[in-house]
Design a protein around this ligand. Structure first.
Ligand SMILES: Cc1cc2nc3c(=O)[nH]c(=O)nc-3n(C[C@H](O)[C@H](O)[C@H](O)COP(=O)(O)OP(=O)(O)OC[C@H]3O[C@@H](n4cnc5c(N)ncnc54)[C@H](O)[C@@H]3O)c2cc1C
Length: 441
């Protein structure tokens, strides 16, 4: 059969690859001029860097298996993570359970409770019991108010901005439960994965394989409309903005766009399905990327537990992989996940830099703006769906009410935190679903 796919991110490319392996033809249409969607890259110092920081956990087995299938395993390096927490005007080590024991801002009893609660979450498999309660209520009750405020609230704010106290405990469970899988033993230091050469290596390899199998990938070719004939998905109208649409006929269509984009591409859907699509709130990611002539901190991942600082995380890529990958430069992301109405989202790149720069002195008193060789600014819309309580009941089915039309996007990843691994998993699953529904199972 012939399947049209909207979007050349991790999900769309994985779906096309899976369909190709099973002998079917696909065509992937991507609005942007590059592959990879949210995990796409740009050039820095002769190397390639993700627009938003990316790494893998040991639990990301679908992605690790795909990397292996594509013959890229030698490029995937597992590197000890250097994680810190900025609290009380200093950087604390926060990479291992031992670091928690020596974390002085919490009293002994609080540290002990926190350790026990973390262990409990790591050992609990039945996450359903956490669905109806917010992470804030659950953690405050079990670990105490102070541990919540010092450790967990900054982490939730780091991901969900002002919506931090709406987030379901099921989401937080997913973070803790899966994260421990990144350690071979509980007391060991965590290792994170990175494909040397960037995530673009994976997307380019997928693109090559898809084409070798006789299918197509078109960049800078947005989908304008899903064509529905006699109640079934029959094709896609595609083309650059302003140009007359070109019709491509398909037996089935898989859309991987955010839900609010999907609603604009299709005829009116039944209200109950539409409500699920419009009921999700997305946050954007805003990234200020500094290319420096020397390191800013000694950490790869620094959570900012200080609300007077206007960014929530500092991710220093070159404390993870070697600066030689970026021409000897040191690369630092300053990150936020704002809603579209937030001033941080609306600021120009220059305004954002001026807002952020004074605060870098608190992380490193020697910092000087003369260290900056380049500055880049990226916004990723629809970067993070807000996962509220009882979220599981509001997830739209992959099979839409229009036969032959499938939706697969980050809002359907639950209870795990969305990530490239889960897009690969969902892409391959939905490809198999399409085949089953069309008698090729
Ligand atoms: C700042 C940040 C940090 C992250 N860190 C990590 C990490 O460390 N590890 C990890 O695994 N994951 C991470 N993620 C998450 C990960 O990037 C995403 O979960 C994953 O890339 C989503 O892939 P996708 O294909 O499902 O969606 P997307 O990447 O959003 O792909 C959808 C594609 O559809 C295209 N599209 C939209 N509308 C149209 C249209 N009308 N026609 C044609 N094409 C269209 C878009 O341009 C896009 O390319 C991070 C994300 C962000 C934003």
């Amino acid at each position: 059969m012939k399947v049209g796919i909207i979007g050349a991110g991790a999900l769309g490319l994985s779906a096309a690859y899976e369909l190709g392996l099973r002998g079917h033809e696909t065509h992937v249409f991507e609005r942007d001029s590059f592959l990879g969607g949210q995990a796409s890259t740009f050039d820095v110092g002769g190397g390639r860097l993700e627009r938003g920081y990316h790494h893998l956990f040991r639990s990301d087995t679908d992605m690790v298996d795909l990397i292996d299938e594509l013959g890229l395993s030698p490029k995937l390096h597992w590197i000890e993570s250097k994680v810190g927490l900025f609290h009380g005007d200093r950087i604390w080590n926060f990479a291992s359970p031992k670091d928690l024991l020596t974390f002085k801002p919490l009293g002994l009893l609080d540290r002990f409770r926190l350790g026990l609660v973390t262990l409990y979450l790591q050992k609990t498999k039945n996450w359903r019991k956490f669905e109806g309660v917010t992470a804030r209520d659950w953690v405050e009750k079990r670990a105490g108010k102070r541990p919540y405020e010092v450790i967990w609230e900054p982490m939730l704010r780091g991901k969900f901005g002002k919506h931090y106290d709406e987030v379901s405990m099921a989401w937080l469970w997913g973070k803790i439960f899966l994260r421990v899988a990144s350690r071979e033993r509980l007391w060991e230091r965590e290792k994170l994965g990175y494909p040397i050469g960037s995530f673009a290596e994976i997307f380019e390899a997928l693109d090559r394989r898809i084409r070798e199998m006789g299918s197509g990938v078109s960049l800078s070719t947005g989908v304008k409309r899903v064509v529905v004939e006699e109640g079934r998905a029959a094709g896609l109208e595609v083309g650059p903005p302003g140009a007359p649409p070109e019709l491509h006929r398909f037996d089935a269509v898989i859309a991987t766009t955010p839900s609010f984009v999907f609603t604009r591409l299709v005829p009116k859907l039944p209200q109950s399905y539409l409500d699920k699509l419009t009921g999700v709130t997305y946050l954007a990611a805003v990234l200020a990327i500094l290319v420096l002539d020397r390191p800013l901190t000694a950490k790869y991942w620094l959570n900012i537990a200080d609300r007077t600082i206007p960014f929530v995380g500092v991710i220093e890529q070159t404390n993870f992989v070697d600066p030689s990958l970026y021409g000897g430069n040191h690369v630092v992301y300053l990150t936020n996940y704002p809603a579209a109405a937030d001033p941080i989202y609306r600021m120009s790149p220059e305004e954002l830099l001026e807002e952020y720069l004074p605060h870098l002195l608190r992380l490193n008193p020697e910092f000087n703006r003369s260290w900056i060789r380049e500055y880049h600014h990226h916004k990723v819309d629809a970067a993070q769906p807000i996962i509220g309580v009882n979220y599981g009941q509001r997830i739209p089915d992959n099979r839409t009410p229009i036969p032959g039309l499938y939706l697969a996007n980050t809002t359907q990843i639950y209870p795990e935190d969305r990530g490239t691994n889960y897009s690969v998993r969902l892409g391959r699953q939905v490809a198999r679903m399409v085949l089953e529904d069309h008698g090729h199972g």
